[in-house]
Design a protein around this ligand. Structure first.
Ligand SMILES: Nc1ncnc2c1ncn2[C@@H]1O[C@H](COP(=O)(O)OP(=O)(O)OP(=O)(O)O)[C@@H](O)[C@H]1O
Ligand SMILES: [Mg+2]
Length: 332
């Protein structure tokens, strides 16, 4: 790839770990896999866990380690199991790929099956036989978000690795590296907000960071702020929610209703975002248990209503009314 085309890549691709040592926050998995590779004893593998935690990156880095950066591409076959063409296409592709020999042969090729948890049970059964048939020539790496959606017979043929949501420290370290490379300045509160909102998903953190950078007027001088992070991620800024809650608790109904409208309009937020923001902040309030239960119960009913459509005016009024009503007599 030319330097220019690398420059234009989204950061998630530009900063995809190229070696196994660049995988952050999954140390035990990486160490075990390196051992398998270096001893030449690679079993079939299953990587499962939430999005953006390094499953695809790990398998690609592992392939580079096995076959070398020049040849790895011709030694791996990437299939998406959720492809609606079905298991027959998978079978055919595996057959064609696994039966052709390569000059740089390490004894086996690597077949990566992404989104295996979206396969039907019938397809998973067929896959199990395909794995058995080609074990001599190929190792399968199955990628999934949820292991419980996979057939036990399929699971038992693979060595399982659970990818945990990444620790904030791992994401922080990676972000720091990316910001240095991109000469991007990010304020401390913005970093904290980014780490909190990414919830262990490195892809999300990099995408938000890149969106924030492109929103800067002068990226080489300006700094990414906490407000920008919230705006790019589409979540409500806790400062706005706090002032909204303040208004609900201290002002009359009409004033707080108008304020509610103003916040949703000016920040481009939906009621559902405000609702999630309120619930998160109420977590930090000291409330009587029965008050908390009452609020959460009613807010969850409103949330359900929102998911079914309905009238936003009634819903926002209901949010205000719920909080006003439940908080009477509370010292918050
Ligand atoms: N552990 C990690 N260390 C460094 N970068 C990571 C890590 N996990 C994810 N990333 C970054 O996030 C991007 C997406 O990661 P990846 O494709 O490996 O996620 P995934 O676990 O396969 O997610 P999905 O379940 O959605 O397929 C990568 O290109 C990389 O830039
Ligand atoms: Mg993936």
């Amino acid at each position: 790839m030319t330097t220019r085309s690398i420059e234009n890549l989204p950061w998630v691709e530009k900063y995809r770990p190229s070696a196994m040592s660049d995988i952050y926050g999954q140390k035990e998995i990486v160490v075990t896999l390196e051992k398998f590779v270096d001893e030449g004893k690679l079993p079939h593998l299953l990587f499962y866990g939430p999005p953006g935690t390094g499953k695809t990156s790990t398998v690609l880095a592992m392939a580079k380690r096995i076959y070398g950066p020049q040849h790895y591409k011709s030694m791996i076959l990437e299939l998406n199991a959720s492809d609606d063409r079905g298991i027959d296409v998978v079978r055919e592709q595996v057959k064609n790929f696994a039966s052709t020999m390569q000059i740089f042969n390490k004894g086996f090729k690597l077949i990566i099956l992404d989104e295996a948890d979206s396969m039907t049970n019938v397809a998973q059964n067929a896959l199990r036989r395909i794995i058995e048939k080609y074990t001599k020539n190929a190792r399968f790496v199955i990628l999934a978000n949820y292991a419980h959606k996979l057939n036990p017979a399929l699971l038992s043929r693979c060595t399982r690795f659970r990818f945990q949501p990444l620790q904030e420290s791992a994401i922080q370290e990676r972000i720091k590296y990316v910001c240095e490379k991109e000469t991007l300045k990010v304020s401390e509160p913005a970093t904290d907000a980014l780490l909190k909102l990414s919830k262990g998903d490195m892809r999300k953190s990099l995408n938000v960071l890149q969106a924030c950078q492109s929103a800067l007027d002068d990226p080489s001088n300006d700094e990414v702020t906490k407000e920008m992070v919230y705006e790019c991620i589409g979540n409500a800024n806790p400062d706005d929610i706090n002032s909204l809650l303040d208004s609900i608790l201290k002002e009359d109904f009409t004033t707080s209703y108008l304020y509610f409208e103003k916040v949703t309009k000016s920040k481009g937020l939906a009621i559902i975002d405000i609702l999630s923001g309120i619930i998160e902040i109420l977590d930090s309030y000291k409330l009587k248990p029965q008050t908390r239960v009452k609020i959460l119960k009613r807010l969850s009913e409103i949330e359900y209503g929102i998911s079914k459509g309905g009238n936003t005016k009634i819903q926002s009024s209901a949010v205000i009314a719920t909080i006003k009503d439940a908080m009477v007599g509370e010292a918050y």
